[in-house]
Design a protein around this ligand. Sequence first.
Ligand code: URA
Length: 181
Amino acid sequence: MPGVGPCPADIMIVGEAPGFNEDRQGEPFVGAAGKLLDTLLSRIGLSRSDVYITNVLKCRPPMNRDPMPNEAESCSPYLKRQQELVQPKVVLILGRHALERLMPGQGSISRVHGTLVQRGGVAYVPLYHPAAALHNGALVADLEHDFDRVKAYLEALLAPPTPTPVPVAPPKQEAEQLRLL
Ligand code: URA
């Protein structure tokens, strides 16, 4: 399950690995965690079709267990190539496995969630994984708060540059009249 979304895209979302439903349907985040992700995206005025969504692992780990380091390593060239092709300006990192892969040594997700780290011209924002919030309801408020911060980051990072006013010379006839005054 490689990923879905527009290419190129300003925003890329990286989760952990496809689950049972994702593996069957060939689309990321279609289960309960995906519903929560959709709600969080719509909270900040985005929909799934606005973003490119993928995972660290491209296949579902057996028994839905956590990804192993060698599995993440094997899938890493695909993720790197996806990022080269999608050319996102902002990458939302969902959960500790994606954090470890994309920003190794950055610290625990509970410490860095909601912060913005600029690397190589790309802004990375680690966030709790929506599935973690489904297990621990207390994290839902953190996720909502962090998505509100994401909205502010996006407004600052993706805002069209303000055009510098170009002085316009008055039309010739007007210029003549001005001289006569
Ligand atoms: N969890 C993930 O990390 N990715 C998916 O695609 C679905 C659930």
